[in-house]
Design a protein. Sequence first.
Length: 565
Amino acid sequence: MSKRSLRSPLVLLILSISFLSLSSGQSKPVDAEGHPWWQHAVFYEVYPRSFADSNNDGVGDLNGISSKMSYLHDLGVDAIWITPCYPSPQVDFGYDVSDYENIDPMYGTLADFDHMVAEGRKHQVRIIMDFVPNHTSDQHAWFQDSKSSRTAAHRDWYIWRDGKAPGQPPNNWNSLFGGSGWKLDPTTNQYYYHFFYAQQPDLNWRNPAVEKAMLDTTRWWYKRGVSGFRLDAVDTLFEDPELHDNQILPGKNAQGDPNMKNEHNTNFPEVHTELQKLRKVADESGAVLIGETWTSNVEELDRYYGHNGNELQMPMDFMFMMVDKLSPPEYRRQIAAVESAHGWPVFVINNHDRTRSYNRYGDGKHNDAIAKLMGAFYLTLRGTPIMYYGEEIGMENNNPTRKEDVKDPIGRTGWPEEKGRDGERTPMQWNTAPNAGFSKTTPWLPVPSSYQTHNVAAESKDPNSVLSIYKKVLALRHSNEALLDGSYAALNDSDPNVMSYLRSYKGKAVLVALNMSASTQKASFDLSKQGLGGVLLNTLISSGASAKGNEVTLEPFGLLIAEVN
Ligand code: NOJ
């Protein structure tokens, strides 16, 4: 899909005190130093269809997730964001919600959900739900009523308009997923608007009843024990009520539609007013709001934190994820940009909408080394990371090779240019059993043959595996004060191959050096500017690297994390 298209005993004690007090009611969700819990946490995205299948029907479920809590805890995960598991016709695999306050039977029941929250508490893993505020499913009772007549109680909960002329939609807005963003409904002979699939009608956030229903939904889940939400597609909440046409740009997209500037149907200032309201409700429960925040510059990203931090605590920095090449200069620029914003950075390298990083960054020869390097990179930056299931074992994309196998609708309409998002959503690779131990039945999407080598069981036994490096880095970032709270300073900033930086906190410092090239590199460090004299690097974690004094030798894609003495 395109752009739019070891924890130290003290830290453990602090974390568990704040966790326990939070989960037993409203409490101060901060540690002794004033950090909210989510700043020290590691988040992990679970795609529920593909994580663990407890009832062997080929699709993952909540009991499957519950059964993996000790894995998640041991890995170093503090919170899981579960993509939508509400009742849904699954046109967009859960992002078409037909009931916001229930669980889809394919994933289990509300009792299973409560059990998952309880299992999470036992293992210090919080639950973050996915909130889809822009649209519902066309099967949602609200929409069913809305479409039934022009005077229906829920008519104005969605965006209905007359066509411009017979057979012509109200304006030229296209759906992100292909074709017009308007669909004529014959019952009332009006068009409704959908930014995504036609089965995902946009809610009308200018209607106070919609706002109230949605705020109440978040309250309902907080009471049930969730620690926050990831907010889907926030930039699309509002549209121009006068329906001005969007500007057409040169060329066509993968769906064959003319490119268009989404100037009149995205990024309205009203979005921020709603985020402030959602935040107020979240604050009642010490909860966190994570944003699916597609931005093209840091000013836009900055706005999502809100004035005085009154909107999203965790807007995701997708500009970092979009770098897509191992380029130290580009990464330095991106990190400097997010460091200049007025909020806590949030780093992501994978999600369920993008080709996995294993393939995006991999060069076909050093993919495992690159996967370790990327983990050592974004997990040691100043900010909160959000991992994606399977990233920690170097899972690769498994794109469909035949159109008839594609499940994601955009992959069928956009074939072969757009193969859809199935490839990055395949079952978690647990072991070498059939179907990678995900299920005893053929899974809804096929596992790639790489599961034979890249799986949790095998990698747990190999101290040099991607998984072992991830575990070491995650354990270090939970226990090392410089990594938890330290400032970030880029080092050797004209080096085109080695990305290096210093994280410092109260006289303690950790240096990270990452060879982003396919040839051996040396780097030496003069930290006098940082107030540190003769540098002696004491290796904490390395892979394909060694340090002597202030000099590091890095094999292709080697990584080194060292204490500075
Ligand atoms: C963003 C989600 O990440 C994506 O998977 C979904 O298709 C769209 N929003 C629509 O909800």
